[in-house]
Ligand binder design. Structure first.
Ligand SMILES: Cc1ncc(COP(=O)(O)O)c(C=O)c1O
Length: 401
């Protein structure tokens, strides 16, 4: 049978591609964003207990009541914001489903969505499935800050949504309150909603504070904010996230969510709710925890030849290899996997999706949500690879002189 693909130009994600190569070559994979250390045993005990007690049938479509209450308390404690447990919180299958349901509920055929390049790879395909078009505005190296003049110029009568990601994967920047003020000012008189991907809300470093749209008086009225227990509780495989939005937006969101996943794993929700009740401070030291890992890796790479500007947030670090090699990021990573048995994620695939050329970049992303021994052996392999390339360059310099 012949049929036309709806996402003809969408390749397999770079995460799948790199992880497959890493497995094929038994390489150490510090590319994809997941922890390699265990979750808190109290958390697994609560989920196991919930299963044993028989919480094994469909959960409510909106999410288990006790989990939504725990989420509301968490938001109150973190952002001093009171949200309606019944009308404003929906538990989802990871942040991925929340993003998907939010985009499908708001974007219609012909609508435009403004997002910032580089962007997490799930955004654009969903906008395209909804019949919309992404207008991608570059965050330019080395600071990767939003250019508000370009955002102002990109806004049009077709703009339905601005999609932001703070703290930002892959560049690791953290937005300031004045960034949110600027965004609010630009869309004030327009029928434009904000979809705010805040899955790394607690992973912010060096004394900085995460500015959530939930604590912004104007933006909170028109935003869907998306969070992930996968990231916050180190349990990415459990696929539990949530979306917080004013009642009107939540109503629209749930119209899609109910026919998308309908509801999320019941014992997992019960277990997380009980865990948060027992340990309401569980996420409080996440910033310090990951800052230590960031510094461990960056210190171990001092003098290696990689140019490093330490991430402000997220558990990703960019490594600039322009001083080591003239290869493109995709070629550099492929060579690194093959020759040094270590995998990272090139960042050019996070740029410009289907429409237009990808920039030639000498930057790759590594994930430091790993045990110290993993980070140590990653640093050793990265250093060795860098010095081998430097030696190669010297040999070819000699050869050509
Ligand atoms: C920026 C960003 N948004 C969303 C997600 C997806 O989160 P989840 O695993 O909860 O679906 C990720 C996962 O890596 C991410 O980095």
């Amino acid at each position: 049978m012949q049929f036309q693909s709806k996402l003809a130009d969408i390749p397999t994600t770079i995460f799948t591609t790199v992880s497959r190569r890493a497995r094929e070559l038994s390489a150490l994979d510090i590319g994809q964003g997941f922890p390699d250390f265990p979750i808190d045993s109290l958390l697994s005990e609560h989920v196991t207990a919930a299963m044993r007690e028989g919480h094994n049938q469909y959960a409510p479509m909106t999410g288990v009541q006790s989990l939504r209450e725990a989420i509301a308390s968490k938001i109150d404690a973190t952002y001093q914001k009171s949200v309606d447990v019944d009308a404003e919180i929906t538990v989802t299958c990871g942040a991925t489903e929340a993003l998907h349901s939010a985009i499908l509920s708001l974007v219609r055929s012909g609508d435009e969505v403004i997002l910032f390049d580089p962007a997490y790879d799930s955004y654009e395909p969903v906008v395209n499935l909804a019949g919309g078009r992404c207008i991608r505005i570059p965050l330019t190296a080395p600071l990767f800050r939003p250019d508000w003049e370009r955002v102002a110029a990109a806004l049009s009568s077709r703009t339905r949504l601005v999609l932001i990601n703070n703290p930002h994967n892959p560049v690791g920047t953290v937005w300031t309150r004045s960034d949110l003020d600027e965004l609010a000012r630009l869309i004030r008189d327009r029928p434009v909603a904000v979809l705010s991907d805040e899955v790394y809300e607690h992973v912010v470093f060096d004394g900085q504070q995460h500015e959530s749209v939930l604590s912004h008086p104007e933006l909170s009225q028109r935003s869907l904010a998306v969070f992930s227990f996968g990231k916050t509780l180190h349990a990415t495989g459990w696929r539990v996230g949530y979306c917080v939005a004013p009642a009107g937006l939540t109503r629209e969101f749930r119209k899609v969510h109910q026919f998308n996943t309908f509801s999320i794993s019941a014992p997992t929700q019960q277990g997380i709710a009980r865990y948060l009740e027992a340990k309401p401070e569980a996420w409080r030291n996440l910033g310090a925890f990951f800052q230590h890992k960031r510094d461990y890796l960056c210190d171990a790479l001092e003098g290696s030849g990689f140019v490093i500007k330490r991430a402000q947030g997220t558990y990703f670090q960019l490594l600039d290899f322009s001083a080591i090699s003239g290869l493109s990021d995709v070629d550099f990573v492929e060579r690194m996997i093959t020759e040094a048995r270590i995998a990272a994620i090139p960042i050019s695939p996070f740029y410009t999706g289907r429409h237009g050329p990808r920039p030639r970049l000498a930057v790759m992303r590594v994930c430091f949500a790993k045990r110290e021994q993993t980070l140590q052996s990653a640093a050793e392999r990265l250093r060795e690879f860098a010095s081998r390339l430097a030696d190669d360059a010297t040999v070819s310099d000699i050869a050509t002189t």
